[in-house]
Design a protein around this ligand. Sequence first.
Ligand code: UD1
Length: 420
Amino acid sequence: MSEQRRLIIRGGRRIEGEIAVQGAKNSALPLLAAAVLCKGQTELYNCPRLSDCDAACRILTALGCSCRREGNVVCTDASALSTSEVSEKLMREMRSSIIFMGALLGRTGQCRLSFPGGCEIGSRPIDFHLDAFRRMGARIREEHGYISCTAAKLRGAKISFPVPSVGATENVMLAAVLAEGSTEIHNAAREPEICDLAGFLIRCGAKIEGAGTGTIHIEGVRRLNGCRYTVMPDRIAAATYLCCGAITRGEVLLTHADMTSLGLVVPVLEQIGCSIYAFGGGSIYLNARRTLKAPQQIRTAPYPGFPTDAQPPLMALCSTLPGTTMFAETIFENRYRHVSELTRLGANIRVEGRVAVVEGVNRLTGAELEAGDLRGGAAMVTAALFAEGITKIGHICYINRGYEDIEGCLKGVGADIRTL
Ligand code: UD1
């Protein structure tokens, strides 16, 4: 990915004010794929304007579905679906395109797509997805970088994942809702986005129980209709903006947010010394105008543990707090790509394998950085808000994959940030 423009941030300003949190990228993408299963119109509200969502819409269009966006509403109709093949070019645009596999298999009994692209934060295999489809009766062939799946009749099955995988759980749900018979998913991912997908599919006519727990039961139905659905708030964008508020020792009110979906992020920020309150109607207030201190240990884990996606922005925050924090990244092996860039700002971080030890410093200074992945890029933005002088962040296309108008959101709360 290349992008000439850069984010230019002059740090040192306290963040104060309100940010409306976008709809969740990680929910919108499976919901867009789920639209493939529906005969009839689907209207998705609160669908964030992100390059990854645009890529999903391009896939829908290439499959023969109608797909149009008006602001944050995306209307799709998959009645005229005409192919179950996704080209390599479209697949490469984002990793989550693999989610179309379950939807296409469920709808047509076949699909052909290439191995997915996406952030380089680890090897990100798809063996759980493929093993599960095989158990459901699909024949899978891998050749010349393409995967072909066919199932004369997709059958429900008992599926047990070795570790909870968000994408594999979603893919099996998508394949199972129209399969014959019942499917049980054991050691299923429990992330809030799984509940959002289940909520959408149930509204379309699917029979699903247990989403949000480790065991999901699905009873196949013959047909799904379209529906109107509002994408849940983005818990990782919310966590990022809370870290931005905290690193500037500021005060921020997030609206259109959901505190319950933030899991361990809130207790960790409280442990650091921030005050956080939820208000009715989906608002979260953070006050960091006080002395903060480093948390001792952060271990990423599947939900409800500390989210791996919030690890990079939290690490940026911890790099400015008095004390030492030990991070253990248990989900992706290559999720410390931001460390070398934070170090350029003056952060003191040592990485050994999956552990990063952060010694807080009281000063960071601006530098020229390059985003290498989405959340690592968010960590750089977070740190730059604290750093004295100017930080320039290149390859912002990574950041734009997951943050809707990050510049406008932060400018609105007093940050000195622009794109050049
Ligand atoms: C999703 C999120 C991503 C988040 C991640 C973990 C989306 C679009 N992306 O990614 O932002 O960081 O969950 O919360 O929702 N694994 C295998 N084989 C597989 C599948 C997964 O070994 O077939 C492993 C992965 O390498 C990883 C772990 O399982 O170590 C969890 O990955 P998974 O939950 O599948 O992540 P994604 O769905 O890709």
